[in-house]
Ligand binder design. Structure first.
Ligand SMILES: [Zn+2]
Length: 353
């Protein structure tokens, strides 16, 4: 509730309780521009900016300003102070109990009289003020449609090594909220809102450090509560969802503590066998292919997987026979020769019935 604030709105705007509406408005405009988070990147600019808006919202509204002055004791200032003419007439509404005419008596009244007045005022009218506050707060709540913040979805890419070992990323998240000045209505009293310039939105950037747990799977979603867009008028903040993509730089896949790896071999490597290099996490490892290795055959490299509970998983290598993209005429002739020479009918035990 604005009028019960303990903040000194006059101090926030750099004005005094005597300041005229025009002075308050120009102070507000100057400060709002200075601390607008799109311009001012200081870490506390958002807070300051909100304080400025809050202060202006109250001080620019004659009724709210009067209530604020009363509750916070800004009742007596200088020659241009409010005339503190209070009447116990029940028809006399709280908001009308002050007029701006200076009163000679009042100006010369000693502080103690003011104290007495203040106490009397509070005693006599506290209930009507509270009624007023409750009513206005209630109707504000009705008007103010409470809005929960939207969720934010974002992606990050990590390498397989980062997925295996866990990592940290600093994300720069752009938060969007309703403009706190016009409350997303874009216009105030028919003119474009000066804070959001008619967009109805207010954006701020926030750096968030995200811990990515080790062994995370591709497309895993991390959920960070309350880091989505902020709510408005007491609404809840949204959730930040981060989809983790493991860069496809290799044929690696993770299966529990095991690392699965697919590696292509040539037809002659499959037939003749040989030594092939496997890029394991601990460095390159030689895998000895036996002669007559089949496509899809699996080889287990012990302890070359992920470390879980102090134990290493394995790396499981699946070989796939792949043809080269281009064969020379000579190579094709060699295959023709092989075809003629071949005595095995590979589909011999497939029958048609
Ligand atoms: Zn606005």
């Amino acid at each position: 509730m604005v009028i019960k604030s303990r903040k000194n709105y006059y101090e926030i705007l750099g004005v005094t309780p005597d300041s005229e509406a025009g002075e308050i408005k120009s102070a507000y405009r100057r400060l709002a521009r200075k601390f607008h988070p799109d311009i001012n990147k200081a870490p506390d600019s958002v807070r300051k900016f909100k304080d400025i808006l809050e202060a202006y919202e109250v001080l620019a509204d004659e009724i709210k300003r009067k209530q604020y002055n009363m509750v916070n004791g800004f009742y007596k200032t200088s020659k241009s102070s409010y005339k503190t003419e209070y009447k116990t007439n029940p028809q006399h509404k709280t908001n009308e109990s002050f007029t701006k005419e200076p009163s000679a008596e009042e100006q010369e009244a000693p502080t103690s009289d003011n104290e007495i007045y203040r106490k009397k005022f509070f005693k006599d009218s506290i209930n009507s003020i509270l009624d007023e506050i409750t009513r206005s707060h209630y109707s504000q709540k009705q008007q103010k449609n409470i809005k929960n913040g939207d969720d934010i979805n974002t992606d990050i890419s990590i390498s397989l090594e980062e997925a295996i070992n866990g990592t940290e990323r600093i994300l720069n998240i752009m938060h969007k909220e309703l403009c706190p000045n016009c409350r997303g209505r874009k216009f105030i009293n028919g003119s474009k809102c000066s804070v959001c310039e008619g967009s109805g939105e207010f954006t701020s950037h926030k750096k968030i450090t995200v811990k990515i747990p080790k062994g995370i799977k591709n497309n895993a979603k991390l959920r960070i509560l309350n880091e989505g867009n902020p709510g408005f008028n007491g609404g809840k903040s949204g959730t930040l969802y981060i989809t983790v993509k493991i860069e496809k730089h290799s044929n690696f896949e993770i299966d529990g503590a095991n690392i699965l790896y697919k590696i292509p071999i040539t037809p002659f490597e499959a037939v003749l066998g040989g030594k092939i290099e496997i890029p394991a996490l601990s460095g390159k490892i030689n895998l000895i292919l036996p002669a007559m290795t089949h496509s899809g055959q699996k080889f287990r490299l012990s302890n070359q997987g992920l470390k879980t509970n102090g134990k290493f998983g394995d790396m499981i290598v699946t070989v796939e026979i792949q043809l080269p993209n281009k064969l020379s005429n000579e190579e094709i002739k060699m295959y023709e020769k092989l075809k003629k020479m071949s005595q095995t009918n590979i589909r011999g035990n497939i029958t048609n019935d």
